[in-house]
Design a protein around this ligand. Structure first.
Ligand code: LLP
Length: 416
């Protein structure tokens, strides 16, 4: 069988999943997530960046496996609380990391005692005024960054993220004025980074930790750990990554005379490979040399190809028998927009893909879609948000129902 044909997800039949839950639907494999968690268990704290996948059932699964959470909005903090995370503790179960506080998030972290990681001088100022004498960590922009796309590079002077490294002393002085203790240093250089750039984070943490001094109790190397999307992509060496950071922590502990906690904060690494976007082929048409396979999922369902030119593996689950010779096709969605194409490169160039012949009614699986899939979906073209299903121990469970028309329109009104 071609490796582009697939009829199972985590041991369950794709056709049955589509019958039970409809399409488009995100399907996650819990075992895949827990395997990734285990690979990073040597870190003192494994903190999941829930922007990658904030479904409550996924957060609950991670909580039960000892994973703590990063939250970037009041909504994400509320999700963490609803998934059973306590508001505070040591190490903090939930950290609010951002470059701004909106009024709601400042009030929420202040009243619930949520730990904050400040990415701007204004955040320090506002938190200091609201919670004088408290404790913060600092997110620093070390002056370099790297991501799978320019849009996901969070370091260097073109990035809005973090406190610029040469302003560190100013940030420390500002914190001191409010009686805030700076107990942690955090550097996240980008999403979809590579081993070389991530290795540079260790050296940056060391340098800036020494500048902060022994008040520091924790260093976090952020996230950005890459996952393989294409066959042949390198598999990330978690041991080498840990070893580089652990050496820095050891050196700092010796200098400061006390132990430091070492955190990693991946989003993608823990969930990307666990997820499949299950969709149905609804039309197959030709335009000149191109064959278009059009699905019931579009960039409203999975935005990454349209937004970054991201590559996702695909496979077909035929619903009728017979040979399916492979040929090159362009895969797109139902949206009224030319950019609604899953097989494209950055810049919007259409990139045909070799796939088994697809017919209307077949199921198409877009793989490695567990990170930044559902969380970036939208109601564009008034299409409802997809369902989400979690498979654990051989059982598939709907963990988010498909949005209904009523759900979608509930907040609108014709007359005031
Ligand atoms: N920590 C912080 C402070 C972050 O800003 C991010 C990602 C992470 C951790 C997790 O990064 P990860 O380990 O997932 O690479 N929508 C884009 C990714 C944007 C990520 C933004 N921040 C995508 O689909 O590729």
């Amino acid at each position: 069988m071609s490796n582009l044909l697939r009829d199972e997800i985590a041991g369950l039949k794709v056709a049955q999943l589509a019958r039970d839950f409809g399409t488009p639907t995100y399907v996650y494999d819990a075992a895949c997530i827990t395997r990734r968690v285990a690979e990073l268990s040597r870190f003192d704290v494994l903190r999941f960046a829930q922007k990658a996948n904030s479904n409550l059932a996924i957060l609950d699964l991670l909580r039960r496996h000892g994973v703590l959470l990063d939250s970037v909005s009041a909504g994400e903090v509320q999700r963490a609380l609803l998934a059973g995370y306590p508001a505070s503790g040591a190490p903090p179960p939930i950290v609010y990391t951002a470059d701004v506080f909106d009024h709601e998030s400042l009030e929420l972290v202040a009243t619930r005692g949520i730990a904050v990681n400040c990415g701007s001088q204004d955040m320090i100022e506002q938190y200091g005024a609201r919670v004088p004498g408290g404790e913060i960590t600092l997110r620093l922009n070390p002056g370099f960054g790297y991501g799978h796309s320019r849009k996901t590079n969070t370091g260097g002077e073109h990035s809005k993220h973090g406190i610029w490294h040469s302003e560190l002393n100013q940030a420390l002085a500002r914190a001191r004025r409010h009686g805030l203790r700076v107990t942690g240093l955090h550097i996240h250089i980008g999403s979809g980074a590579d081993e070389g750039h991530l290795a540079r984070v260790a050296a940056a943490l060391e340098r800036f930790a020494l500048q902060i001094g022994p008040e520091l109790q924790m260093i976090s190397a952020g996230g950005g750990l890459p996952t393989p999307y294409r066959e042949g992509d390198p598999v990330f060496d978690t041991d080498a990554y840990f070893a580089g950071l652990a050496a820095v922590r050891k050196g700092l502990a010796a200098r400061f005379g006390h132990a430091l906690s070492l955190e990693t904060e991946p989003g993608r690494y823990l969930v990307a490979e666990s997820g499949v976007l299950l969709s149905e082929v609804r039309a197959v048409k030709r335009s000149g040399q191109n064959t278009f396979v059009l699905l019931d999922a579009g960039f409203n369902t999975l935005a990454r190809p349209a937004m970054y030119g991201s590559y996702h593996p695909m496979s077909l689950c035929p619903m009728t028998p017979g040979p399916r010779p492979e040929h090159e096709v362009v895969v797109g969605g139902p949206l009224c927009e030319s950019g609604d194409i899953f097989t494209q490169q950055e810049g919007g160039f259409v990139a045909p893909r070799l796939l088994p012949e697809a017919r209307v009614g077949d199921l198409l699986l877009i793989e490695c879609a567990g990170a930044y899939g559902f969380t970036m979906s939208s109601n564009y073209n008034s299409r409802p948000l997809p369902a989400e299903v979690l498979i654990a121990e051989g059982r598939a469970r709907c963990v988010r129902q498909r949005q209904s028309l009523d759900d979608m329109l509930r907040l609108e009104q014709v007359q005031v």
